[in-house]
Design a protein around this ligand. Structure first.
Ligand SMILES: NC(=O)c1ccc[n+]([C@@H]2O[C@H](COP(=O)([O-])OP(=O)(O)OC[C@H]3O[C@@H](n4cnc5c(N)ncnc54)[C@H](O)[C@@H]3O)[C@@H](O)[C@H]2O)c1
Length: 362
């Protein structure tokens, strides 16, 4: 069943003023254009600079997006005038290192998922943002979709009755060429894992955001097809703090790849979400989902990581700009973005030890 949808108002953009937040983009690869496009669309934001250790990439990116100042070195970019914020778009295992440097220079931070790949690194980033009083926001674009918010409100508002099951199925395809497209991909050090830490982190974040915290997990995380050191396929059994149970399936090794699906069941109802559509809404007498705003969600990256739509990034970057002005936390504060990584690390520990793992991890 397709949800009834209404279009969202377009964002208007005026000329830069003294309050305009100047952004620098760190890392000019696949995801960076989504940030450039979002900053350019945001009210009260402009791109001032970009940097990449591969100078040619930074220059080409700057040319394409009309960015004036180009750097190879992050520390040099952080000295640039009119720079108040950065977008971190580097390999995942560099996020905290880049973010701590930015915080120490007094720059607000929008950090790509995952926040980093270890909890000590993430905690150092959160602590630096606190210490230097800068805003730290994480990217999980699926949280911004009106449909995700409607499901969360229904589940958290008790429309399903007592929660029984909360599941997430992420059966994706990534090619050999994808894994060969960057020497950081599928490495423990810089990608932090595979099908879960890179791709699955999106679905896991949404699952936790809707279902609440997990207290215990048992899991397998294996590489079944791809010749990579990290997992290409994982299955986890969850016990939530509420007592509800659930499963996560995540893979990047199936052909052709399926839309990501979440299933929420209670003793009084069921909601099934597939990408940005509700395919089942059965909440007591309610058999139709509420009217839900539309978002540019793309194809959800089922078989192509760039097929994701820019709507979520735009909303999160506009929100960071507003949060800076309003002196409040951004929509997805660093502490929130940490949760999915913690669960994924618990899944890896369960695979290593062959035992259930209790959360929170120490
Ligand atoms: N939100 C999403 O849906 C989404 C989608 C894709 C990627 N991502 C995330 O974005 C991040 C980047 O992924 P990508 O696919 O764009 O990778 P990529 O390899 O295409 O780009 C990373 C860029 O960072 C540069 N770089 C490396 N070290 C650097 C440093 N110290 N300083 C400056 N630049 C440096 C590289 O040269 C490269 O150009 C990852 O954390 C990934 O998980 C998020």
């Amino acid at each position: 069943m397709a949800p009834r949808q209404k279009a969202m108002a377009p964002v208007g953009k005026g000329a830069a003023t003294k309050d305009t937040i100047g952004f620098g983009i760190i890392g000019c690869g696949v995801i960076a254009p989504f940030h450039a496009q979002s900053i350019q669309a945001a009210v009260g934001a402009e791109i001032v600079a970009c940097c990449d250790v591969v100078e040619g990439k930074a220059k080409a990116f700057a040319g394409k997006h009309g960015i004036k100042h180009v750097y190879r070195d992050l520390d040099d970019m952080l000295k640039q005038d009119n720079l108040q914020a950065v977008c971190i778009c580097t390999p995942s295992g560099l996020h905290a290192q880049n973010g701590v440097a930015a915080a120490q220079a007094g720059k607000h931070i929008m950090c790509e998922k995952p926040l980093d790949v270890t909890l000590p690194a993430i905690d150092a980033l959160i602590a630096a943002a606190d210490e230097y009083r800068v805003r730290l926001g994480g990217i999980f674009q699926r949280r911004t979709y009106p449909v995700s918010q409607a499901v969360r409100n229904a589940v958290r508002g008790g429309k399903l009755g007592k929660l029984v099951l909360g599941d997430c199925y992420q059966k994706l395809f990534r090619s050999h060429e994808y894994y060969a497209s960057g020497d950081w991909r599928a490495t423990w050090e810089l990608d932090g894992g595979g099908a879960l830490m890179n791709q699955g982190v999106h679905g896991i974040d949404l699952l936790l955001w809707i279902m609440g915290r997990v207290k215990r997990v048992s899991a397998y995380a294996r590489h079944l097809v791809r010749n990579i050191p990290v997992e290409d396929t994982a299955v986890a059994i969850l016990e939530y703090e509420t007592g509800a149970l659930g499963v996560i399936q995540g893979t990047t090794s199936v052909t052709p790849g399926e839309p990501t699906r979440w299933e929420f069941h209670g003793d009084e109802g069921t909601i099934i979400l597939q990408e940005a559509s509700i395919t089942k809404w059965h909440c007591g007498e309610e058999k139709e989902p509420p009217e839900i705003g539309k978002v540019d969600s793309g194809a959800g990256g089922v078989s192509d990581p760039t097929a994701i739509g820019a709507g979520g990034h735009m909303m999160l970057i506009q929100d960071l700009v507003n949060a800076i002005h309003e002196g409040r936390e951004p929509m997805i504060p660093g502490r929130e973005a940490r949760r999915a990584v913690e669960l994924i690390l618990a899944i890896y520990e369960s695979e290593r030890t062959g035992c259930p793992v209790d959360l929170p991890l120490c």
